[in-house]
Design a protein around this ligand. Sequence first.
Ligand code: ZN
Length: 224
Amino acid sequence: MTADEWDRCPRSDRMILPLHEWLLANPAAAGPVDRRLRLYAVACCRQRWELFDSDLFRRAVEVAEELAEGRADEKERAVLYAAIMDFPTPNGQSHCIENMTLKLLQNRGINCVAAAVSDLAFATGAGDFEAVVQAQAPLLRCVVGNPFRPVAFDPALRTPSTSELATSIYADRAFDRMPAQADALEKAGCGLPDLLAHCRGGGPHVRGCWVIDLLLGQAGPRAV
Ligand SMILES: [Zn+2]
């Protein structure tokens, strides 16, 4: 896949294999991207929150986010996993959502991207499948950026003003402030067109957004 094809790809299911191959060829990138791909899957679940019709399922999505942020309670994860395994699913849709939550609690990285198609999109039924994978595609670009057009990020761009704004955007899920983030980056001397365009584009942006994660540092955000 070329960089332009990645930018224009309309469906998440067509992005999985190229992304997987890129991750295999770039193992050094896998750590921080793994975190963001789990957050991507969380965002996909939140897009179809109505399908998560049990408190267990909804809590599993929240715990998956906490896992990505390094603040999850491992005991709660184990208890939750066991409870979901024992949960009687009444139909195929519920069974798919159960599988999605179990994978979110156990997996990260590319497996989470695959589950967002193989479990979450299928849970919506054949009639809605295409709409779901279309809605997922921009979320995947938000968290990964464009792997086929790398950006040479300069850590000097992590100034007090850009870092504080990124922290507040993440903590408050205030992605409407992304254009302000672009302004702050420009004031800090940023001339990276892909990075500025991502901030000023229409989104959607979610926790795990590659620009915000770069500004927060590869170890992930501060505890919130
Ligand atoms: Zn983004």
